[in-house]
Design a protein around this ligand. Structure first.
Ligand SMILES: Cc1cc2nc3c(=O)[nH]c(=O)nc-3n(C[C@H](O)[C@H](O)[C@H](O)COP(=O)(O)OP(=O)(O)OC[C@H]3O[C@@H](n4cnc5c(N)ncnc54)[C@H](O)[C@@H]3O)c2cc1C
Length: 465
């Protein structure tokens, strides 16, 4: 796996634009390049594409979309970019944040209008860090639904895709200009395809334990909940080509993966007033600062787990998510008709638990300040029936990656100069999170996947048409 330096390599087959990876980024890139009349070939290691996209909640934030306007929501990409910077404590690139925020408005409109993506605005709760209702989700808030609609569009457009095909090596000249890709098939056979431009849409390195241990030791022992085929290939190729990488310690964690069931718990269980307690029956954090940073808070607790406790209202809001329904069916989310039943189910010390719930209810009622600085807003108190689920913290995807400009062109290390014909998006590119997990804006993963995907497809096509 690596870069093969060769200026003279002749390829039997050549395609104007090659896209490696068939998740949200790869599909968006392929559709955009195809629209500009460039021939496109997608290369995907799995026999049927799933990617982290299909594991996700399928929600894309965007500001100022037609769907928001139709729902009476006034919002602007500039305000959204400001919130992204606020969340990342201004430790990410402000120009890229603005470019992606502006681009995501067009991306969501484009996916809906041109390709029939089944998106709607979520208006019944706010994700942490969002001041406006700007999350666009599929009917069941499900990434598999989103990816199916994108893959259907790719098929309808007649875009070619090789599956069970892992890109292993890139051919490039001394200047870093890519001329082709070597592919390995499931039976070990190899093939080579030439290209005019190349898009890396093969996500980050969450599926590579050595790279996670090297770059993000704090989350290395935690469960990885993303797609295992994301092995950091884009970063490895990019570094060898002389590209810049940044924020390699950055990631999206998640503080609510049901254990031992390994299902994803919808965050409205927290936004709508839920709390998390450790095995001592005590809260340990401001749970709603962000689901990403809550991962590390949870795995710091005794036994690396916590119990989420929420009420009927929160449960009903969270039940719009397919993953929440799956968690109920799996028996991960349990219902307690009384406080005594809650204490019995969780086996938590009942005196401490009673104090914790009473104190949280005082904070919710505005009778006292939260010791962790959380403002619950106007939420219903924690009262029976309770819902509870044992959760652990997990790594969802890495946010460090190749440095790109506002047009998704991969930049040379320490320079604003782009490599000649290389583009990257989604988890392959540096995200908007800054150096750690706390800067992750809710939904930034699919926003950068679809928007940098679209921009990379447009740019890659322009080079070859
Ligand atoms: C449980 C979960 C929930 C999430 N929920 C949300 C959400 O609601 N909103 C949000 O914005 N983000 C969410 N995310 C993050 C989001 O899923 C990712 O940021 C996004 O899917 C990345 O898209 P992508 O196209 O870059 O990568 P992927 O969807 O992972 O696609 C990459 C593809 O590249 C292929 N590939 C990798 N290497 C090679 C190679 N060498 N050759 C060929 N193919 C290769 C892989 O097989 C894969 O199919 C969630 C993540 C998880 C795990």
């Amino acid at each position: 796996m690596g870069i093969i330096r060769s200026a003279e390599k002749i390829f039997d087959i050549s395609v104007p634009v090659v896209v490696i990876g068939a998740g949200a980024c790869g599909c968006s890139a392929a559709l955009a390049a195809n629209e500009r009349r460039a021939g496109v070939l997608m290369i995907e290691r799995d026999d049927s594409p799933t990617g982290s996209t299909s594991l996700s909640g399928g929600q894309i934030p965007a500001a100022g979309t037609k769907l928001q306007k139709a729902a009476g929501i006034t919002d602007t990409p500039e305000d959204f970019a400001e919130e992204i910077l606020e969340k990342a404590k201004h430790q990410t690139d402000a120009d890229i944040a603005l470019a992606i925020s502006r681009g995501s408005t067009l991306t969501v409109d484009w996916l809906v209008d041109t390709y029939g993506a089944p998106l709607e605005v979520l208006t019944d709760f706010f994700y942490p860090g969002h001041k406006k209702h700007r999350m666009h989700g599929t009917p069941n808030r499900d990434g598999a639904e989103l990816l199916t609609s994108l893959l259907n569009a790719v098929t309808r457009e007649g875009i070619d895709m090789l599956t069970s095909a892992t890109a292993t090596d890139l051919y490039a000249d001394e200047n870093g200009k890519i001329s082709g890709v070597r592919i390995q098939r499931a039976n070990g056979d190899t093939e080579e395809v030439g290209c005019g431009s190349l898009i890396l849409a093969c996500n980050g390195f969450g599926g590579n334990p050595e790279m996670v241990a090297e770059h993000i030791p704090e989350i290395a022992e935690a469960l990885y909940f993303g797609h295992v085929g994301n092995k950091g290939d884009a970063v490895k190729w990019g570094v060898e080509l002389g590209a810049g990488v940044a924020d390699m310690g950055s990631y999206q964690g998640h503080g609510a993966v049901a254990t031992p069931h390994n299902t994803h718990i919808g965050w409205p269980s927290i936004t709508e007033g839920g709390i998390m307690v450790n095995t001592n029956g005590r809260r340990f954090s401001h749970e709603n600062r962000g689901y990403s940073e809550q991962a590390i808070e949870v795995i710091r607790q005794p036994g690396k787990f916590a119990w989420t406790i929420f009420n009927e209202t929160a449960h009903q809001v969270a039940m719009q998510f397919n993953h929440q329904k799956e968690s109920v069916e799996a028996g991960a989310i349990l219902k307690a008709e009384s406080f005594d039943q809650l204490a019995r189910i969780t086996e938590l010390p009942s005196e401490a638990l009673a104090e914790t719930i009473a104190e949280a209810n005082d904070v919710i009622a505005g009778k006292k300040e939260d010791p962790f600085g959380r403002n619950f807003g106007e939420k219903a108190p924690l009262e029976p029936p309770f819902y509870t689920v044992k959760v652990t913290g997990a790594l969802f995807h890495t946010q460090g990656g190749l440095v790109v400009d506002g047009e998704a062109r991969v930049l040379r290390k320490g320079s604003k100069q782009a490599l000649p014909n290389l583009f990257a998006g989604g988890g392959a590119a540096r995200g908007l999170t800054g150096p750690s997990c706390w800067g992750y804006t809710s939904g930034a993963g699919l926003m950068t996947a679809t928007t940098l995907g679209r921009l990379s497809g447009e740019g890659a096509a322009t080079l070859v048409t």
